[in-house]
Ligand binder design. Structure first.
Ligand code: B12
Ligand code: SF4
Ligand code: SF4
Length: 364
C-alpha cells in the first residue's frame, strides 16, 4: 500500500535529523509565479547571468518548468537551513577602512556543499524507506524505480517558488523567502522526486503594507514589490558581474565588497531571527567587515588560501579587488588615496580603471 502521508512525515523527520530547520513538499505544477520568471528574463532583468536563460530543445526556458528537465518529477521536497550568525549587520561598522560582506558569505564552508551534504542524507533515507518491504511504493508507472535529484542553486528550478508552495515561507516584496518564525536568513535546497508525496499548503504572504525593503535598497533594484532587476542589485554587481561596473551604479554600492543584505536587514521579520550554532556558517577570521586595503591588494596565492571552500570565490580575484577598490572610493577616507594611486597602475586593467575612479571620487 502506498502511504504518501507516512513517507512525507518520514521525509520531514529525515530533514530535521540532517540538520535542516524547515522542510515541506510542493507538488510539481505550472505555478503562476513561473510566468513571472518568463517576463523577468524577457525584460533583461537577469543581466549577464546567461545560465538563467538556458533553453531546452523546444526553445523553452529550462528553469520555467520541470516538464522538460525532469518530466518524471511529481513532488519537490524543499529544505531550508538558518545561516544567521550572531554578528552585527555588516553595514553597522563605523571604521571607513572596512567593507561590508553579506552574512551568507563569511561562512567557513560554501553553502552549496553544506546544504548538499544534508540533502544527500535525506535522499539516502528516502530511497531506503521507499524500497523497504514495509512501504514498498507501487507507483502508477508499474514499480518504476524511484527517481530523485538534489539541487542547491544550480538546477533548472526557481527554488523560491517551490519553497512557497512547500509552505517553507512566503515570497517577500524583496523577493526572498521569509518564514514567520525564522525570518529570511535561510538557504534553500530541493530534492526532486518521482514520488507523489503529500503536498503542504503554500505559506500566506505576510508583507502587508510594509515597503521597508523597497525604500531601503540603495540602488533601487527592487523596481516594484516582488520584482528585482539584477542589473541594479549590489549582490549581482559584486558577485556575478564580470569586468567593469557601470559608472552610475558605483556610488550606490557603498562599501559592499561581496553580496548585499540591506533588504533583509531592514525586514521586521528578521528582528528576532535566531542565530545558528552550525559550525559551517560561523564567520571566518577577518571576513566580518574585512579591511578594504587587504582585499584590494590581494594576490592570487592569498586569494586561494583565504577563500578555499568559500562562496566568495565566485567573484574571482579580479572581481573582489574591483569591489574593494570601489568601496575605498565610497569610504570618504582620503588615507586610501596613496594605495589607490598605486592601484591605478595595476596590471589588472579593470582594477586599475576602478582605482582611478575611486581616487577621483575621494578628491572630488
Ligand atoms: C539568480 C539568483 C540571484 C540573483 C537574482 C536574484 C533574484 N531575486 O532573482 C542575484 C545575484 C541578484 C541574487 C541575490 C541574492 N541571492 Co540569490 N539566487 C539566485 C538563483 C540562482 C535563481 C533565482 C531566480 O530564479 N530568480 C528569478 C527571478 C524571476 O526570481 P525572483 O526575483 O525571486 O522573482 C520571483 C517572485 O518575486 C515572483 N514574482 C515576481 N514578480 C511578481 C509580482 C507579483 C505581483 C507577485 C505576487 C510575485 C512576483 O516570481 C518570481 C519567480 O518566478 C537562486 C537559486 C535558485 N535556483 O532558485 C538563488 C537564491 C534565490 N539566492 C539566495 C540568496 C541567499 C541571495 C542573497 C540573499 C545573497 C546576498 N546576500 O547577496 C541575495 C538576495 C537578493 C534578493 N533580494 O533577491 C537564496 C534565497 C534564500 C531566501 N531566503 O530566499 C537562493 C534560493 C539560493 C539558495 N539555494 O539558498 N540571487
Ligand atoms: S540585495 Fe541590496 S541591492 Fe539587491 S535588492 Fe536587496 S538591498 Fe537592493
Ligand atoms: S521589509 Fe516588509 S515588504 Fe520587505 S520583505 Fe520584509 S515584510 Fe515584506
Amino acid at each position: 500500500m502506498y502511504q504518501a502521508t507516512e513517507i512525507t512525515s518520514f521525509v520531514r523527520k529525515a530533514a530535521r535529523e540532517a540538520g535542516f530547520d524547515l522542510a515541506g513538499v510542493a507538488p510539481v505544477r505550472e505555478f503562476p509565479e513561473l510566468e513571472r520568471f518568463l517576463e523577468w528574463v524577457a525584460a533583461g532583468r537577469a543581466g549577464e547571468m546567461k545560465y538563467m536563460e538556458a533553453r531546452d530543445q523546444a526553445g523553452c526556458l529550462k528553469r520555467a518548468s520541470l516538464r522538460s528537465a525532469a518530466s518524471w518529477a511529481r513532488s519537490v521536497i524543499v529544505c531550508a537551513i538558518n545561516y544567521n550568525t550572531a554578528e552585527a549587520y555588516s553595514t553597522e561598522v563605523r571604521d571607513p577602512q572596512r567593507g561590508w560582506i553579506s552574512r551568507y558569505a563569511w561562512s567557513r564552508e560554501d553553502y552549496h556543499e553544506a546544504v548538499m551534504r544534508r540533502l544527500r542524507a535525506v535522499e539516502v533515507k528516502l530511497h531506503a524507506i521507499a524500497t523497504s518491504t514495509e512501504y514498498r511504493v507501487p507507483s502508477s508507472e508499474q514499480e518504476q524505480e524511484l527517481q530523485t535529484r538534489c539541487y542547491v542553486d544550480t538546477g533548472p528550478i526557481v527554488e523560491r517558488v517551490y519553497a512557497k508552495y512547500a509552505g517553507v515561507g512566503w515570497i517577500g516584496k524583496n523577493t526572498c523567502i521569509l518564514n514567520q518564525k525564522l525570518g529570511s536568513w535561510l538557504f534553500l535546497g530541493v530534492i526532486l522526486t518521482s514520488l507523489e508525496l503529500e503536498p503542504d499548503l503554500p505559506a500566506p504572504d505576510r508583507c502587508g503594507s510594509c515597503t521597508r525593503c523597497i525604500d531601503a535598497c540603495p540602488t533601487d533594484a527592487l523596481i516594484a514589490p516582488y520584482q528585482l532587476d539584477a542589473n541594479r542589485c549590489i549582490s549581482y554587481l559584486t558577485i556575478e558581474k564580470r569586468g567593469a561596473i557601470p559608472d552610475e551604479m558605483r556610488e550606490g554600492m557603498g562599501r559592499h565588497v561581496f553580496g548585499c543584505d540591506i533588504c533583509q536587514d531592514v525586514c521586521p521579520w528578521n528582528r528576532k531571527a535566531a542565530a545558528t550554532q552550525a559550525p559551517e556558517f560561523q564567520p571566518r577570521k577577518g571576513l566580518v567587515n574585512p579591511a578594504l586595503e587587504w582585499l584590494a591588494e590581494m594576490n592570487a596565492g592569498e586569494f586561494q588560501e583565504q577563500f578555499r571552500g568559500s562562496p566568495v570565490r565566485r567573484a574571482k580575484l579580479s572581481g573582489l579587488r574591483r569591489n574593494a577598490v570601489i568601496a575605498m572610493g565610497n569610504s570618504g577616507d582620503r588615507r586610501f588615496l596613496e594605495p589607490l594611486r598605486k592601484l591605478s597602475h595595476d596590471e589588472d586593467a579593470v582594477v586599475a580603471e576602478h582605482a582611478r575612479w575611486a581616487a577621483r571620487k575621494l578628491t572630488s
